[in-house]
Design a protein around this ligand. Sequence first.
Ligand SMILES: [Zn+2]
Length: 127
Amino acid sequence: MHVQLAGALAPVLADVTATGAPVPRVVDDGWSADPGTATAMLSSGDGRHGAGVSVPLGRPRPEQVSHVAGMVQDWVVDELRGTTATNWPPCPHHPTTHPLEVVVRDGAARWSCPRDGTPVAVVGTLR
Ligand SMILES: [Zn+2]
C-alpha cells in the first residue's frame, strides 16, 4: 500500500478499533486510474461488504486524514446498518442524534459536532 495512504488510514483505524466499531480489512488493490491518488479496498471479514478508499497524494497530512476518515466512516456506518447504533462515531453532546464529522482545523483533522462545530477529538485519539 502507498505509504501516504497507510499513514492517513492509521489514525482513523485506531479510532475504529478503540471505539469497538467493526474494523475493515484493508486490501491493497495495487491499481489507481489516477497517478495523483493512492487507493485500496475496505472489506468486511467475510468479504461481503467492500468499498474503495483513496487519498490524494502530496497533500498535507491533515487533509489526507480527513479525506480517508469520511470514507472509512461511511464504510463503518454501512457495516452497522441493521444494528441499534449506526451513528459512528457518536457525538458526545448529541449521542442519539448524529455522528461526528471530520474537519481540518488548526492544522489537524478533528472529529467535530456537525451541529455546532465543536471539535471533540483529533482523529486517532478517540477512546
Ligand atoms: Zn453534536
